[in-house]
Write a protein that binds this ligand. Structure first.
Ligand code: ADP
Length: 162
């Protein structure tokens, strides 16, 4: 039977329980998931590529069909190179929709063989995003309920030098 590989791209600066929810759902749907850090975005990340990778590897090690990677360049080229056929994106709220809709249809135009699939997280994570976490952590707020313990420790190190 054909094995399906899915690519889950993002900035993951840092990975949150929202991302992890999407990874867990994808892991039960597809044979292999490549969680991949997009490096050529306009965003200036707070965590380096290595730090983001280290956090992703740590929090996804319980899933035996999930691997972590990074990429530069066009997403569809990367997906083809990895012999994947699905792009996973998370949909939190209506405000995500417009941008995701545009990206998904553009990617389909560029490469019709690749399908973007949207997954919705548990509703308790729908308001979560990495920039909120970074802002809260910079004010030393307790963000333990939003990110895995490993990420919490890394945020603490970043902002409090602990
Ligand atoms: P990007 O820069 O591509 O938005 P992110 O790391 O912020 O990168 O997000 C990667 C993917 O994860 C996107 O599809 C985004 O919608 C999704 N995502 C981010 N946070 C959540 C969340 N709390 N719940 C569900 N999906 C999320």
């Amino acid at each position: 039977m054909k094995k399906i590989t899915a690519v889950y791209p993002g900035t993951f600066d840092p990975v949150t329980y929202g991302h992890l929810d999407i990874i867990e759902r994808s892991s039960s749907l597809f044979d292999k998931i490549i969680v991949t850090i997009a490096l050529n975005t306009n965003k200036i990340p707070m965590f380096t590529k290595e730090e983001r990778k280290d956090m992703l590897v740590n929090v996804t090690k319980k899933f035996d069909n999930v691997v972590v990677d990074d990429f530069n360049g066009l997403l569809v080229d990367y997906v083809l190179k990895k012999k994947a056929s699905v792009i996973i994106r998370g949909l939190r709220e209506i405000s995500d929709f417009e941008h995701e809709f545009q990206m998904s249809l553009t990617n389909r135009k560029l490469e019709p063989s690749i399908t973007t699939i949207f997954l919705m997280p548990n509703e308790k994570y729908t308001y979560l995003n990495s920039s909120l976490i970074r802002e809260l952590a910079s004010f030393k707020a307790d963000v333990k309920c939003f990110v895995p313990v490993y990420v919490f420790k890394k945020l603490k190190q970043k902002f409090e030098g602990e």
